[in-house]
Design a protein around this ligand. Sequence first.
Ligand code: FAD
Length: 403
Amino acid sequence: MTDGKSRRPAADHVTGVIVLGAGPAGLVLGNILVDHGIDCVVLERAEREQVETRARAGFLAANTVRILDRYGLADGLHRRGHPHSTCEFRTDDGRFRLDYSGLGRGERHTVYPQQDLVSDLLTRFVAHGGRIRFGTEATAVHAPGTGRPEVSVREAGGRPGRWRGRYVAGCDGRHGAARRSLPPGTVRHHRDHGVTWLGLLAEAPPSMDAVGYAAHERGFAGHMARTGEITRYYLQCERGTAAGAWSEERIWDELDLRMRAREYGPLRRGRVVQRSIVGLESDVIEPLRHGALFLVGDAAGLISPSAAKGANLAVLEAAVLARALIDDFTGGGSAGLDGYSARCLTHIWRAQEFSQWMIGLLHGPAGTDGASLFDDGLRRSRLASLRTSRSRQDWFAEHYVGV
Ligand code: FAD
């Protein structure tokens, strides 16, 4: 319910920065603020155990690691994460590999499960004196246009409460209170990509030493290592498919087929321990600042997981906002806060553009009409130029591993 240090009655609480949400965005922001002596609180709807066990992302870009290093937040990932720099594409024209550490800017990913990063950040935040309230759902942000914004909350047992601060950082994802509290007229650019994935986490060692992308006439399949014992798989499926609809046998048979196990070697099977349906959607809120309210991470823009950018953008935006808040609180001026939205939107749109390109690279036609077949021709051409053109490969590497 709380961090265990204090049990407050539901009354007004006052702080400098109210951070909504304890995901990568909220916890990176919270850690940097606490280390710089800025009074803040993190309000998190879920309980601690749930926050620390939510398996999602796993590929951290080189710039993300640099940011985490700069603020002393990368100990765990250096100890337990591992570098990764190869992806393999499998199509009906054969397969090819790209070692992107030798392309573009020569950067790599670090593979480190998001829940481990979140757990590290949480432990550190509390150890450094950070205040966090679990089981506390923000219900609305009030008066964001004034210098005295407030957040109303529902604490455990439904008890209402209210926090007042100088700024509110909405790091509470796409369905959070920050988005719901935006003033009328706020623009939300949205695209539904019309593609659905069955996301799977399997207790099975990775089956190859690369991220595997299979473009198959039955749909896309993906393979991504998480640890030596756990692998994430994705299978494109019909819209409306229930997460539990496919048996484990059907899942593995379908993965074998689309990953072309007969030609390139069998997949290492194991128990499927988590399933989710992922509708590929993207959106961007513009602007990201509304008075004293700032949107960060998925709350600022949702990005389809096709290019593994969401967690990386969340860390980048949190660090940009933290720097700007520190300047503002310590007399360094408000230019950083004024420029936050424009600066982050540049990164978000670049990531959206690449993510959209990846969707087009990996997914076959939805039908046999002329438009679908035209899209399929484009997809094949994209794959062919990625296979053969060094400048295309450099472009790919720069965007694939960068944010
Ligand atoms: P979140 O991690 O969603 O955190 C938001 C927090 O706010 C949550 O803890 C939530 O409980 C809390 N909250 C919500 N509403 C409220 C409220 N009203 N009051 C208080 N608290 C609230 N990204 C990558 O970079 N690489 C990948 O490989 C990748 N793979 C993914 C795979 C899947 C299946 C999914 C679903 C996502 C993936 N992503 C990936 C995206 C990535 O996980 C997100 O972009 C990232 O979690 C965003 O971080 P965040 O802190 O903004 O939001």
